[in-house]
Design a protein around this ligand. Structure first.
Ligand code: SOE
Length: 365
C-alpha cells in the first residue's frame, strides 16, 4: 500500500510521453498545485525538446530514470495506446500513483490486469474521462439523481470530429499496432459512453453496432483496419433506448460531444463545445440553464471555480480532474473520480462494439 504523503508540499508529477496530451496534462497539473518535475519521451532528444516546451525541470534519459526519482509522487502516462499496459505496470511496480490516458489498455484482459495491480499496490490510479468535470455535467447528473428528469425513456449521443477526414490525414491512432483494434470508438466513443453512464447512473446492458473505415488506405499508415466511424444502438439496465454516433470524419465537427437524455418529466442536453450551458427541455417551457453558482447542485458548485460569466472549458475540466486525483493521493475520496475500473468498463464497451460490428449480433455487456 503506497502511503499518502503527509507533508503539504506540492506533489511532484512526471510525464511519460511528449505529445499534445503532455501539454494538456502538465498545464492541468500546475493549475492543480503540483510541481512538474520531469518528462521522458521516446528518445532523449525528444525528451529534452518536450521538457523544454512544457517547462518541466528535468528531461529524463528514459523511464527507469524517471521512476528512480524520489521527488515524483504521481506519473502521468500519455503515450500511444499500445504502450499503456507495460508502462503502467512499471509505474505501479515502482510504488507511484498513476494517471493513464484512455484507452487504459488495448485489450480488456490487459485493462483488468492493470486494475488488479493498482488495487494490489494500493495506489491512486485514474483515467482522464475529463468531461465528467464540467460543472454542467455534474448539474445534469444531479438532476437525474434527484428525480427531476424522471424515469429515462431514451438517450441520444454523438461525438464527432473531422481531424481524420481526408486520406492524407494520419496519426499513430490510425494504426492497429500503436492504437489497438478500435480507433474512433476507443478514442472518443469511450468518453461518450463514460459520460452517458456517469450522468444517468444507468448502465448499457446490450448493444448492436455498425462501423465503417471510409479510408482503407492512409498516407503514412498504409492499409487501415481501424474504424473511422461507428453507429451504436443500445439498451440500458433501466430500459432506456440509446442511439450513438461516433465519427472522426464528420466535416466541420471539431470536438462535438453531445449527450441528450429524455426522461418522463424533462430532457437534458449537454454540448462539450458549449460547456457553460445545460438545455433543460420541458413540454411547456424549455430553458438554457447557464452556470450560476447560486443555483447549482452542490457537486456542480464545487467545480464551479470561476464566477458566472467567466467561462470554464476543456482545460479547466482537466485541471479539476488532476486536482481530484491529487486530493485522492492525499487521502480524500472525491465524488466522481474516474478510476481504473472505469477504464476497464470502457474497454469492455469498445470490445462489444467491435464484436457486434463483426458478427451483426446484439452483444450483452
Ligand atoms: C483526439 O481525438 C482527442 O484528443 C482525444 O484523444 C481526446 O480524448 C479528446 O478529449 C479530444 O480528442
Amino acid at each position: 500500500m503506497t502511503a499518502a504523503p503527509t507533508s503539504t508540499a506540492p506533489l511532484g508529477i512526471a510525464l511519460i510521453g511528449g505529445g499534445f496530451m503532455a501539454d494538456v496534462h502538465s498545464r492541468a497539473a500546475r493549475a492543480a498545485g503540483a510541481r512538474v518535475i520531469g518528462l521522458t519521451s521516446s528518445t532523449p532528444e525528444r525528451s529534452r525538446q518536450a521538457a523544454e516546451r512544457i517547462g518541466a525541470e528535468t528531461a529524463y534519459e528514459n523511464v527507469d530514470a524517471l521512476l528512480a526519482d524520489d521527488r515524483v509522487d504521481v506519473v502521468h502516462v500519455v503515450t500511444p495506446n499500445d504502450t499503456h499496459h507495460a508502462l503502467t505496470v512499471r509505474v505501479l511496480d515502482a510504488g507511484k500513483h498513476v494517471v493513464t490516458e484512455k484507452p487504459l489498455a488495448t485489450t480488456v484482459g490487459e485493462a483488468i490486469d492493470l486494475q488488479a495491480r493498482a488495487k494490489g499496490a494500493g495506489t491512486v490510479a485514474t483515467v482522464p474521462f475529463v468531461y465528467r468535470f464540467h460543472p454542467m455535467v455534474r448539474e445534469a447528473r444531479a438532476r437525474v439523481a434527484s428525480g427531476q428528469v424522471g424515469p429515462l425513456f431514451s438517450v441520444q449521443g454523438a461525438y464527432l470530429q473531422d481531424w481524420l477526414l481526408g486520406s492524407a490525414d494520419d496519426n499513430w491512432r490510425v494504426s492497429t499496432e500503436a492504437g489497438g483494434a478500435s480507433r474512433a470508438f476507443a478514442d472518443i466513443g469511450s468518453h461518450l459512453c463514460d459520460l452517458l453512464e456517469f450522468v444517468t447512473a444507468d448502465r448499457l446492458v446490450r448493444l448492436q453496432a455498425v462501423t465503417r473505415t471510409v479510408h482503407p488506405e492512409r498516407a503514412s499508415t498504409g492499409r487501415v483496419a481501424t474504424e473511422d466511424l461507428a453507429g451504436v444502438l443500445a439498451e440500458t439496465a433501466s430500459g432506456a433506448v440509446v442511439s450513438l454516433l461516433v465519427s472522426q470524419v464528420a466535416p466541420g465537427r471539431k470536438n462535438g460531444l453531445v449527450l441528450e437524455v429524455h426522461g418522463a418529466s424533462e430532457s437534458l442536453r449537454f454540448e462539450q463545445e458549449r460547456p457553460e450551458e445545460l438545455w433543460i427541455g420541458r413540454r411547456t417551457a424549455s430553458e438554457r440553464h447557464l452556470r450560476n453558482t447560486d443555483e447549482l447542485h452542490p457537486d456542480a458548485a464545487r467545480l464551479s471555480v470561476l464566477p458566472p460569466g467567466h467561462p470554464l472549458g476543456y482545460q479547466d475540466a482537466f485541471t479539476a480532474f488532476a486536482a481530484d486525483t491529487y486530493a485522492a493521493v492525499r487521502g480524500a475520496t472525491p465524488e466522481g473520480l474516474p478510476v481504473f475500473a472505469d477504464g476497464v468498463r470502457a474497454t469492455r464497451i469498445t470490445d462489444a462494439v467491435l464484436a457486434s460490428a463483426r458478427t451483426g449480433e446484439w452483444i450483452a455487456l
